[in-house]
Structures are given as C-alpha cells and as structure tokens.
Ligand binder design. Structure first.
Ligand code: SF4
Length: 315
C-alpha cells in the first residue's frame, strides 16, 4: 500500500488518466545523466506521483509539511489493507478441512467488522450522510467478499496436490514489507509478495509476484500505478538481486485476477529515470520553483485538493 497520500486520496486522484498526468522526465534522458548523489529527501511512489500531478501540491505537503485531511477513501483504503493483513495471520491449522470455505469467509468478515468499527469515529467526523456511509460500508464489504472468494478459489485449485495447510500457505503472501533504496533514495511499502512454486518440465520453479491492493472504482493501469509498480520492481531487485516475475495491481472491487506488468529491465530503467528526475526537480525549497498545475484534480464535484483554499490566492 502506498502511504503518505497528500490529499484526500480521492477517486479523482487515483484514477488519473494518461492525459491528466503527463510524463515529466524527458524521454531522451538517461538515469546516469542525472546526479543523484545527494537526495533532498527519500522519495516514495506517493511523493513522486504528487509532484507529477502538481509541483505546488508537492511543495505544500513535502516541503512546507502542511497537514492534509482524512477522507473516506483514505480511511477505507487503510482499513481494507489491515483486514487482508490480519487475515493472513489466521492459524489455518485451527480451521477444519470440511468447512474451511465457510469458516474463512466468516473469519474475514469478523476481521472486517472489527476494523470498520475501529474507524467509525473518524469516519463520523467526515460529514457524510448516513446513506453515504452505508454505501461505503457495503462497497467495502463487497470488496472483501470478492477477494476472499478469489483467494479460496486459488486454495481449492492448489488442494488438488496439496493439503489445506500447504495450499493456504502457498497462497499466503508476505505482507506490508518496507523496501528502501539508499542508492536511488526511494522507499515503498509493498502490500503483498507471493512466492509461487510452479512445475516446469518436472522441476519446481519459484515465481515471485509483487502486488499492490487498490480500492479504486475503476480497474485501469494508470501512469501513477505503472510508476509505483516499476519502483517496486526496482526495489525488489536491489534487495534480492533478481527481478520478480511480475508486478501487479489487485483491484479489490473487481472479481478478476490482478492486472500485471512484466517486471523487466526496461521497467526498472523507467523507475530509475523517474526517481532520479524527481530528485533533481526537488532540490529547491523555494515555492516559485514548484509551479501550480491546474487541473480537474484541484476541485471536483464532491471534493477538492487539500491545499485548494490556500492555493487559489497564491501566485
Ligand atoms: S489546488 Fe490545484 S494547483 Fe493548487 S496545489 Fe492543489 S492541485 Fe496544485
């Protein structure tokens, strides 16, 4: 999960289209052309995508460190990640083979209930109507139900050759791991790292899939998502000395497998270039060096940028 979003993490931001977020790093630049020996700050996919969306927004959040505001999308995103994380702590040895499908669904819904209730006070401060809150509750519950259905389906497939415990553990990823690169000055929290064993010509081969969960209402591999995954591929390679096989987004609202990109050297080069370029662009601490980039993400029908009121009166 990407933390440290700078605004309300609204759907308008996460569903950026290619037109709204043009590439900043010039296509003819190479990572080695850009000095990265000194980093003004350690970047993250969130900070980089914020800069690309609007340099002024980056300035207010990451340099001036002005507060941003909670939103239903941010709270709901965090709690959904926590539900999946807690679910993977379940001791599968205590679940019966006969009823495991039913039991796992009950267990995850109990976890969902616990996390929803733990966040209800904060959600009640957002000024949503009862109907709106109920809508988000039902939509989030649906995401969790859809995800557990897919997870159980994969466990059942594995059980053709494995016990329930083996199948569950095969499908269980490592969760919320921090990856940090001191070489490139970037870090990120990877939601899920799956290590699958697949049989190729009678031999078992390890295949790593790196996954980020999203609660977006559209399943689309937008430029910010591609950049986030590219950074994860780069971070994974630096730590483990090899690339994952795939990096992907699991759009929880959709009953479909994750949307993957092949993790290759081209993707890693793309990440290196973008990260290096943002370091170069964020050396200054002066506001005029961070121009406003007015777009539909400044203000939309149900919300606005965290800094909209401040920004509209600024040069
Ligand atoms: S209101 Fe618009 S221009 Fe101003 S900081 Fe936010 S996104 Fe940038």
């Amino acid at each position: 999960m990407e933390t440290g979003q700078t605004n309300n993490n609204n759907e308008a931001q996460v569903d950026l289209s290619g037109n709204q977020v043009p590439e900043i790093a010039p296509a003819d630049r190479k990572p080695e052309d850009i000095a990265t020996s000194k980093f003004p700050r350690v970047q993250s996919p969130s900070s980089i995508n914020t800069f690309k969306q609007c340099p002024r927004k980056y300035f207010h959040h990451y340099i001036e460190k002005l507060a941003s505001f909670p939103s239903i999308h941010l709270i709901r995103g965090k709690l959904t990640h926590s539900v999946l994380e807690d679910f993977f702590l379940v001791d599968i040895n205590n679940v019966s083979k006969e009823n495991f499908m039913f039991d796992l669904k009950i267990i995850i819904m109990e976890i969902f209930k616990k996390h929803w209730n733990a966040n209800i006070n904060e959600m009640n401060t957002l000024g949503l109507t009862h109907a709106e809150l109920n809508f988000y509750h039902e939509e989030t519950k649906y995401m969790v139900q859809t995800w557990i259905k897919r997870f159980i389906h994969e466990v059942v497939k594995d059980m053709k050759t494995k016990s329930l415990v083996e199948a569950f553990n095969h499908q269980k990823p490592k969760t919320e791991e921090e990856y940090r690169s001191n070489i490139h000055g970037v870090r990120g929290f990877i939601d899920a790292i799956h290590e699958y064993q697949t049989e190729v010509n009678g031999e078992l081969k390890k295949e790593i899939h790196v996954i980020d969960y999203k609660t977006s209402k559209r399943a689309k591999m937008s430029p910010p998502y591609k950049l986030q995954l590219a950074i994860y591929a780069m971070l994974y390679k630096e730590k483990h000395g090899e690339l994952p096989a795939k990096v992907g987004i699991d759009f929880l609202k959709f009953d479909e497998p994750p949307m993957y990109l092949d993790a290759d050297e081209e993707l890693v080069d793309f990440a290196r270039l973008e990260v290096a370029f943002i370091h170069e662009c964020t050396v200054s601490k002066e506001k005029p060096d961070y121009p406003k980039k007015i777009s539909a993400l400044c203000k939309w029908h149900s919300g606005q940028c965290d800094f909209y009121d401040l920004c509209k009166d600024e040069d």
